[in-house]
Write a protein that binds this ligand. Sequence first.
Ligand code: ZN
Length: 167
Amino acid sequence: MKMSKCIVIDPGHGGTDPGAVAFGVKEKDLTWKYSLSLKWFLQKLGYDVILTRWGDVSVPLGVRPQIAKGKDAFVSIHFNAGDKRARGLEVWYHDNDIKGKKFAEIVERGIKIITLSRGVKRDTQRYKTGFCVLRLCSAWGIPAILVEVGFITNEEENKNLQVDAQR
Ligand code: ZN
């Protein structure tokens, strides 16, 4: 019997933590919609999928990677905030994590066909504390990436991201 690979999808933020908010859009709502779409897409390809949160609930950052223990991969979904002109995809991996880097490169190469990409980024923990999910997965040998799908602070990209979320 063939065993399916199990991928853990982590919809960023949720519950009392909205994440970034811009133009009336909360990051936690977009991460939820995109995570569900990704879940269905991966299931159609034959993967088993687990989500770190179900619906609009708070799940501590330290708990999320624990759900991925013994699983094949961890993908955290986020949306960026920044300068109003900033736009595009970023795919992050933890510091010296070779598996994460390889994983990030494959995913970034796949998505940049359909969207503007700012490239693969290495997190050294000096950036954002939310990236601790990558550090924990790395410590436990789980291939992990954090995908910043786009900037909700860019008005045009915000609109495009919402259109995509309805598909
Ligand atoms: Zn976020």
